[in-house]
Design a protein around this ligand. Sequence first.
Ligand SMILES: Nc1ncnc2c1ncn2[C@@H]1O[C@H](COP(=O)(O)OP(=O)(O)O)[C@@H](O)[C@H]1O
Ligand SMILES: Cc1ncc(COP(=O)(O)O)c(N)n1
Ligand SMILES: [Mg+2]
Length: 502
Amino acid sequence: MSTRRAGPRPRPDLSLYLVTDTVLCGDRGVPAVVAEAVAAGVTCVQLRDKTLDDDSLVALGRELRQVLAGTGVPLLVDDRVHLVEPIGADGVHIGQTDMDPVEARRILGEGALIGLSTHSVGQVRAASALPVGTVDYLGMGPVWATATKAGHAPPIGPDGLAAMRAESWLPAVAIGSVKAHSLAALAGSGVDGVAVVSALCAADDPAAATRELRAALARAGIGRTASAGGASGKASPHRVPSVLSIAGSDPSGGAGIQADLKAFSALGAHGCAVLTALTAQSTQGVTGIHPVPAAFVREQVETLLADVRLDAVKVGMLGSAEVARKVAALVRDRVDCPVVLDPVMVSTAGSRLLATDAVEAVCALAPEVDLVTPNGPEAAVMLGAAEATTLAEQREQAVALAERLGTRVLLKGGHLAGAESVDVLAEEGRLRELRAPRVDTRNTHGTGCTLSSAIAAEHAHHSDWGVAVGRAKHYLTRALQEADGLDIGAGPGPVHHFHPWW
Ligand SMILES: Nc1ncnc2c1ncn2[C@@H]1O[C@H](COP(=O)(O)OP(=O)(O)O)[C@@H](O)[C@H]1O
Ligand SMILES: Cc1ncc(COP(=O)(O)O)c(N)n1
Ligand SMILES: [Mg+2]
């Protein structure tokens, strides 16, 4: 598909999502209406026509591709998975009664966007429990009763929308008779955008109607429109975020600072690095640790902060109690961006990376950060409990640890058995699960480092923990699936950080 780029598929800007209606567009024709609306600030287009035959829909879709060429606005096809390829569309939007999303992903591959309609909290839960990377966003609605979908699911209203939105870490777009004048009612619902049909397709002046919708979105604080170009119709210039890793060195390049910088780079962030320790390490284990004096860790951070504006920080191996206390003080007093803490204690190959007397200092740092990402053994140490052996125990420990630390906890499930590797995100008493197929590979060196760094980089882009964790987990799963293509060293080797490119 010619519109696809290398690299992880982009997260679509759902702020103002136009669903076409051939009848409402009338004599002007769908392409002309879409062209006007996109020029005025529509960010995503779905070609929807339930009545046209395949050939006519392909012809119309190809026209829309021409209209959208060079705009960066993705084109999705409603329902008909088999027409994505012939149209050269970016993906598909499917309903609850259309093709199973897992099957659609299998057919379309990793490069396509897939959206899924949901009409209830139960459907949102089910969609969120699909393997990460199956669907890219959820449509939620109908918010209000609509003529275009008469006879379908009953309206959920703004409160129902907010309840559904709270259930998922996936991006969400509200649909169902959304108009500029009713948008204020969706402020605070947490959706990433709104989808409209008649508000644009039936408008006398689609460009003016688009501008009016964008202004209303900005007022309601919805979508990237709100913070980017406001009602001007122009997005602000893209700024590459800077993300810092404070961690130890792994000469084998699979974990530690080396893995962190690779993950940042793969996910489009500029990587900065402050070293806390050198390790003599290979895929087979650690033979020595040479700690950096705590005062020099501080000097590295202070010097950097005086110059570089950071968008996120990831903290990994700290090694000693002294360094952990120093980093805690820096995080508390000097860092003003989101911080992810991977409380590294033992390497995948079984070597100790944190002094026993430093556990307390790491636990003291944890409440200062925005997200803590322990593996099973680390969570057990932090709780003073036995390691979880089932998903049910993993859930309980995630909630208990989040409560004890007063912050978000992602309790990773790499050390448990099962067909899926499930991570559990506990946040303010709420639990979300991120599921991925367990990859049959010995190359799992640095999975924790990679995941926490990917979360920091994704948060720098999207400012949403649920979305960041979901996207990072998907990136890591793909990196694990491609890891055997690298196969470095005789022990557990690194994951493939640059799988989308090589
Ligand atoms: N074989 C695997 N297949 C798929 N995901 C895995 C596998 N092993 C680990 N993971 C994932 O890698 C991440 C790191 O998990 P884990 O191994 O528990 O932490 P750590 O690397 O810190 O020990 C988690 O998202 C986990 O679900
Ligand atoms: C320097 C350093 N830091 C961290 C880890 C943990 O690796 P994992 O991601 O496998 O938990 C490591 N092996 N080496
Ligand atoms: Mg780890």
